[in-house]
Design a protein around this ligand. Structure first.
Ligand code: IPD
Length: 260
């Protein structure tokens, strides 16, 4: 793929993220608190807006790049040598409960490697984006990870889900607490990673997260100068993986803490 083809995909992903984000924001603001909450599994929320936004993103990308593969959290799909990986709402539990903390995530993979990552938080109008080898931006301005190098002064977000036994998270949490880290948990792994990329926190870790949640975000962290584990493996595309993303100096402490 040449530079122009990649650039076209990058600009298209940014435009589609803003369009789908506007739809998600509208649905959030008009949501009806009396609607019954729906679940796909334990603590795994489902809203009609997830499917609606994913269909919009899929249609827009297919119209411009009909030969690219597409895989979405809600509708599935197929990976190929060129593939889009999409989470229409990361932080669905927050969206469903009326908390304005969620984003959409669009990644473009070439031969299994992320080349483009775009996240959009429609409630704050924040667009995080990266193209492999070209740095990361927030609303067009370059971003960098923080300079924190001491875990005792760090802010670390530890995500969790029912996909991993609670005891393993408790072990990691205990270790991070003992190291003096400020351990946090918000409701969107993708936004948590983006916050590492621009220095609002120093690390995001989770023992298991799916490819659609983090594929775009880990590229953004890496392009912002952060360290990220070997997340996007072929196994990850099928079943998810552990993710560790942090300032380079925190790597050793976090790898050890996460070995649970
Ligand atoms: C979830 C969120 C959450 C993370 C979970 C993800 P979803 O994604 O990113 O923060 O801890 O592992 O599954 O369900 O909101 O798309």
């Amino acid at each position: 793929m040449n530079d122009m083809q990649e650039q076209l995909r990058y600009l298209t992903a940014c435009a589609v993220a803003r369009e789908a984000g506007a739809l998600i924001r509208k649905r959030f603001l008009e949501r009806d608190d009396t609607l019954a909450l729906q679940f796909k599994g334990p603590q795994d929320y489902l809203t009609e807006t997830d499917g609606e936004a994913e269909r919009l993103i899929a249609q827009r990308l297919a119209a411009t790049f009909p030969d690219d593969g597409f895989f979405g959290e809600e509708g599935g799909g197929a990976y190929g040598p060129r593939a889009w990986v999409v989470d229409p709402i990361d932080g669905t539990s927050e969206f469903a409960r009326g908390v304005p903390y969620f984003c959409l995530s669009i990644a473009f993979l070439l031969d299994g490697q992320a080349h483009i990552g775009v996240l959009y938080d429609p409630m704050r109008d924040e667009l995080f984006a990266a193209c492999r080898g070209r740095g990361a931006t927030l609303n067009g301005q370059p971003i960098k990870v923080s300079t924190i190098d001491d875990v005792a002064r760090s802010a670390v977000e530890l995500g969790w889900s029912s996909r991993v036994p609670y005891e393993r998270y408790a072990t990691v949490h205990g270790r991070l607490h003992a190291l003096g880290a400020g351990v946090k948990r918000r409701g969107s792994g993708a936004l948590g990673l983006a916050y590492v990329a621009m220095g609002r926190q120093d690390a995001y870790c989770e023992l298991h997260i799916n490819a659609w949640d983090a594929a775009a975000a880990v590229l953004i962290v890496a392009e912002a100068g952060g360290w990220v584990n070997d997340f996007l493996t072929p196994e990850c595309l099928a079943h998810g993986n552990c993710v560790i993303a942090c300032t380079p100096a925190l790597r050793a402490a976090l790898e050890e803490a996460m070995d649970a």
